[in-house]
Design a protein around this ligand. Structure first.
Ligand SMILES: Cc1ncc(COP(=O)(O)O)c(C=O)c1O
Length: 287
C-alpha cells in the first residue's frame, strides 16, 4: 500500500516528502505539532487537538498555514489516501522557510506537513502486565504547555528509559515533584483511592487524553484531584498509569525498580483503560 504524505499543499509519496533545508523547523525547532489517533476510521478528539494546535500557534505568534476547515479537509484527504483503519496522524506546522536568522522572517509563510503511520492495535500485554518507568530530572524549558517540536530533552529521556529496559521516563522538577512523561502524562492512585495528576500549567502538556480521562473518572465515580505528587508518593502509590493519544491508559507496574503495589495493573487503571477504549469505539467515524 503506498504511503502518502502531505507537504505544503501536495500529496506526495512518503519517500519523496521533503522540506527545504532552511525550514525554521529544521534549523531552530521553530514549530509545533499534534498527534491524533486514527482508531478504526475515527480521528479521536480531532477538535480538541486542533484547539491545542491553535493555542500552541498563538502562544508562539505563528500563523496557521491555512484556515482550520481547510486543514481539516487536508487531514481527511491524507488519511483517506493512506487507507489505514488504525494509525497515527502527525501534523507539524513551522514558521516556514527563510534565510537563517533568529528573528521572525518578515512576510513569512508557515509550512505544514502531515504523515499517517499505521500502528498495530493496542497490545493487550501492555494493559495486562503494565510497563516500567524510570524517573529523571526534568531538563526542559518553562513553557511545556506549548506542543513544540523542540523535543531534545524528551528524546534523551526516552532513550535513557530504553537503555534501562523501561518504557517511559517520568520527569521530576527541582522540588522533586513529577511533571510528566517524555511523551505522556503521569497519574497515580493514592492509598486512599484518590486519582492524582499534576495541574495543567506551564509545567506540563495539557494532554488531550488527560482531559478525557478526567471526564471518564468522574463518570466512574473515581475521586480525583489535580495536585502535584513527589517521586516518593509514586513509589507508595496503590496504582500508577500513563496516558497519551497513542497508548491511552497504560498501567505502570514498576517505577525506578520499585514494584507498585503487588506488581499488577490496578483495578481503576484497568477500568479507565476499558472505558477509554469504549469512548473511542463510540466516537463517530470520519467522513
Ligand atoms: C510531553 C508530553 N506530555 C503529555 C502527552 C500526552 O498528550 P496527548 O494525550 O494529547 O497525546 C504527550 C503526547 O505526546 C507528550 O509528548
Amino acid at each position: 500500500m503506498p504511503r502518502i504524505a502531505y507537504v505544503n499543499g501536495a500529496y506526495v509519496d512518503h519517500r519523496d516528502a521533503v522540506v527545504h533545508v532552511e525550514d525554521r523547523g529544521y534549523q531552530f525547532a521553530d514549530g509545533v505539532y499534534e498527534v491524533i489517533h486514527l482508531f478504526r476510521h475515527r480521528l479521536i478528539d480531532e477538535e480538541p487537538h486542533l484547539d491545542r494546535l491553535d493555542r500552541s500557534l498563538r502562544e508562539l505568534d505563528m500563523a496557521w498555514p491555512m484556515g482550520r476547515s481547510a486543514l481539516r479537509i487536508a487531514m481527511r484527504e491524507v488519511v483517506r489516501q493512506n487507507r489505514y483503519a488504525t494509525g497515527l496522524l502527525y501534523i507539524q506546522v513551522t514558521r516556514g522557510v527563510a534565510p537563517r536568522d533568529h528573528k521572525f522572517p518578515r512576510n513569512g509563510r508557515s509550512s505544514v506537513v502531515m504523515t499517517v503511520r499505521p500502528v498495530p492495535e493496542y497490545p493487550d500485554e501492555m494493559r495486562d502486565n503494565g510497563v516500567d518507568v524510570i524517573t529523571i530530572e526534568d531538563m526542559r524549558w518553562t513553557r511545556r504547555d506549548i506542543k513544540s517540536i523542540s523535543l531534545l530533552p524528551n528524546v534523551l529521556g526516552k532513550q535513557a528509559a530504553a537503555a534501562a529496559g523501561a518504557y517511559e521516563a517520568w520527569m521530576y522538577d527541582t522540588d522533586g515533584f513529577i511533571t510528566e512523561g517524555t511523551s505522556s502524562n503521569a497519574w497515580i492512585i493514592t492509598g486512599d483511592g484518590t486519582l492524582l495528576t499534576r495541574p495543567a500549567s506551564h509545567d506540563i502538556l495539557r494532554g488531550i487524553t488527560r482531559q478525557e480521562i478526567i471526564k471518564l473518572a468522574e463518570e466512574l465515580d473515581i475521586p480525583f484531584e489535580e495536585r502535584k505528587f513527589t517521586r516518593e508518593e509514586t513509589y507508595a502509590a496503590r496504582e500508577a498509569f500513563l496516558s497519551n493519544s497513542s497508548h491511552f491508559v497504560t498501567p505502570v507496574t514498576k517505577i525506578d525498580d520499585r514494584v507498585i503495589a503487588n506488581g499488577e495493573p490496578g483495578s481503576l487503571s484497568t477500568a479507565l483503560h476499558a472505558r477509554y477504549v469504549e469512548f473511542m469505539s463510540d466516537y463517530p467515524k470520519f467522513s
